[in-house]
Design a protein around this ligand. Sequence first.
Ligand code: SAH
Ligand code: SF4
Length: 396
Amino acid sequence: MVDAPRTGDPRPGLSAVPADELVAWLAARGEPAYRARQLEQAVWAGAAMSAADLTTLPRPLAAAIEEAFRWSTVVDEAIVASDGGQTEKALHRLSDGLTIESVLMHYPARSGRKARHTLCISSQGGCAVGCPFCATGELGFERDLETAEILDQVRSAIARLESGVRLTNVVFMGMGEPLLNLDRVLEAVAALNDPARLGLGARHITVSTSGVVPGIRRLTALGPQFTLAISLHAARNALRDVLVPLNRRWPVEEVVAAAREHARATGRRISYEMTMIGGVNDTDDDADAVAELLRGDLAHVNLIPMNSVAHTPWQASPMPVIERFAARIEGAGIPVTIRRNRGVEIGAACGQLAAERAGAPPIPAVALRRSRLEAASARALRGERSDEPVPAGIVR
Ligand code: SAH
Ligand code: SF4
């Protein structure tokens, strides 16, 4: 197992303990290896709330398991539904009091397509990248999540699914930058893949990054593990410096070059995400810059209207503007889809609920932040590069 970050409870989370370690732990207590399989099944089945619930286990063994491991590393503090129950946001409390979130989205079957049940999970508490349109970015970085804390968001969702319904997709698009916690994200993906645990195919897992180039290269060396999504938001450096501050460290051409190499080496199409912000990144020039950047690539572009966040002066681009943007990119031969943002009324975009709980900053600070952003985006639209530094905590 990868070393865990410091949390409030020293006991390892059971979901992240590898099978061989579990077998060894059981053997040291004179227990047969099949108990490990029995435990693993119970951990992923979703019904039991603790080892004590497992009637198949001898009582002293259940007690020893409780003492040595945490059955779950997350406590569901709030579950909020929207879209008529089709979207469900969970606020999870961790052992050190930190809160993170996940979002479960149900898509009904339609025209030959099976129903999908997609879970969006977090990889870090807060985020160091600091994209100004993102509520998680506004929180700043808190800490990396342990592997079990990543996996237990998935188990929490499984426990809430109706009987007979299975998760079909897991996306790392919640709080945090997965490629800045890559060891644990990879360990979590391996567990999600493992037929003895969740058994979700690599094609049904998506990891989204704001463009951590060394992380993308590392993934390329490993071969296809999941679908890679790149949060593009702007093809021009001046604007991307403002929207994705990590761009000051790894400019957009480097990100796209690494992604292109990933697509070539793995044969898997890259998904580019764009949060559409009215009057900021939705102009014809921006669309043409995206088309120019990605022309001929094994790529697909997803346009998502921005969810409003209190600390920004921005709103989503109007739908006709997004449609026009899509048509320009499609005209250049790049496949594009427009995605409706789910759970708008419960703030289900990246980190919003957790940010609300963390407390809104005082009004003058918000006003100052907004006017700074307006000035920065206006400079960027004139093509001037930012002289702001790379966010702290990115290069490590
Ligand atoms: N840090 C990674 C993954 C988590 S963010 C990344 O940035 O890719 C997941 C997605 O949510 C990103 O594509 C991000 O751009 C999007 N997002 C963040 N804030 C949003 C908002 N206010 N409205 C719409 N999408 C948002
Ligand atoms: Fe971090 Fe992603 Fe939010 Fe940017 S959009 S601040 S990278 S979580």
